[in-house]
Design a protein around this ligand. Structure first.
Ligand SMILES: Nc1ncnc2c1ncn2[C@@H]1O[C@H](COP(=O)(O)OP(=O)(O)O)[C@@H](O)[C@H]1O
Ligand SMILES: [Mg+2]
Length: 271
């Protein structure tokens, strides 16, 4: 990797600094003839205090990129930093602490504990860590998400949208440096999805958070500040101030080039 490549990585922010960074990030699954290269020497800068969306066809490496940036998965080669901390090379115990203290996660399937109330789910990671939540911050998050009246409910007593808002509050409870969301609206109807997207937008604009969201949906990506487009394990394009139409057009062009028109662009399948 040349120095100039490092200086001009996709996603380089004009100001505000870099929340996470990867250089020559490569991830292969398996080995020999059956090896799958999920990420192929990716350089990327995730801008602090911004909302970054990651898009691309199914299997293009979106989840793998998120997992490697978040220290949830090991890398095959290359380096990843969270802020100034290089996470590639950290020992498992340090990595666990870093994930717990500095990163928040949201998943398509909410991942709430069914036997715990909403309030207990929200503070669970901090309770496990033996950390006292910042009450003012937590109150701000709970109110912004409209969960005040739902705190004693268990997940089964909540709608999908409410469950994902609880998962969102859980991701933000420790006031992490970076929130990763993998298809957070994938299991929601459009109205509930819009609520969650509106909150993620507000978390960046009003609470100063940094969000990276993987999505199949151009409408969801349009809530972000910057879309990174992945294809075959590489970042092949980026779009600032995206609109749903522009993102859709861009996605169609990939598939024409790839001779795969219609594959996995709008429809959220698999993952
Ligand atoms: N645990 C795994 N073992 C083997 N191959 C995997 C694993 N996870 C992902 N892959 C492969 O890596 C590629 C990228 O996967 P993924 O990051 O999940 O893509 P996306 O999220 O864009 O759909 C795909 O070819 C997928 O089959
Ligand atoms: Mg995925």
């Amino acid at each position: 990797m040349s120095t100039s490549a490092a200086e001009h990585a996709p996603g380089l922010p004009p100001d505000g600094g870099v929340a996470a960074r990867a250089r020559a990030l490569t991830k292969a699954y398996g080995s020999g003839e059956t090896a799958v290269v999920a990420l192929d020497s990716v350089d990327v800068d995730i801008a602090r205090h911004r909302f970054t969306a990651v898009m691309g066809p199914s299997g293009s490496g979106k989840s793998t990129l998120m997992h490697c940036l978040a220290g949830l998965d090991t890398v095959s080669a290359g380096q990843v930093w969270l802020g100034d901390t290089e996470i590639t090379g950290l020992r498992e115990r340090e990595l666990t602490r870093l994930r717990r203290d500095r990163i928040g996660f949201m998943f398509q399937s909410f991942n709430l504990i069914p036997t715990l109330t909403a309030a207990e789910n929200i503070t669970l990671p901090m309770d496990i860590a033996g950390r006292e939540p910042d009450r003012r911050w937590l109150d701000q998050v709970i109110d912004a998400l409209g969960l005040r009246g739902r705190l004693t409910h268990r997940p089964a007593q909540l709608s999908g949208g409410q469950q994902q808002r609880v998962a969102c509050a859980r991701a933000l409870a420790s006031r992490p440096e970076l929130v990763f969301a993998d298809e957070p609206t994938g299991n929601l109807d459009s109205r509930a999805g819009l609520e969650v997207l509106g909150f993620l937008r507000g978390a960046v604009d009003d609470l100063g958070q940094t969000v990276v969201m993987v999505t199949h949906d151009p409408g969801a990506a349009a809530h972000s500040d910057l879309v990174l487009f992945l294809a075959d394990g590489r970042i092949v394009d980026e779009m600032e101030r995206p609109t749903a139409d522009a993102v859709l057009e861009r996605m169609k062009r990939f598939d024409v080039v790839r001779g795969r028109l219609g594959d996995g662009v709008v429809a959220a399948q698999e993952d």
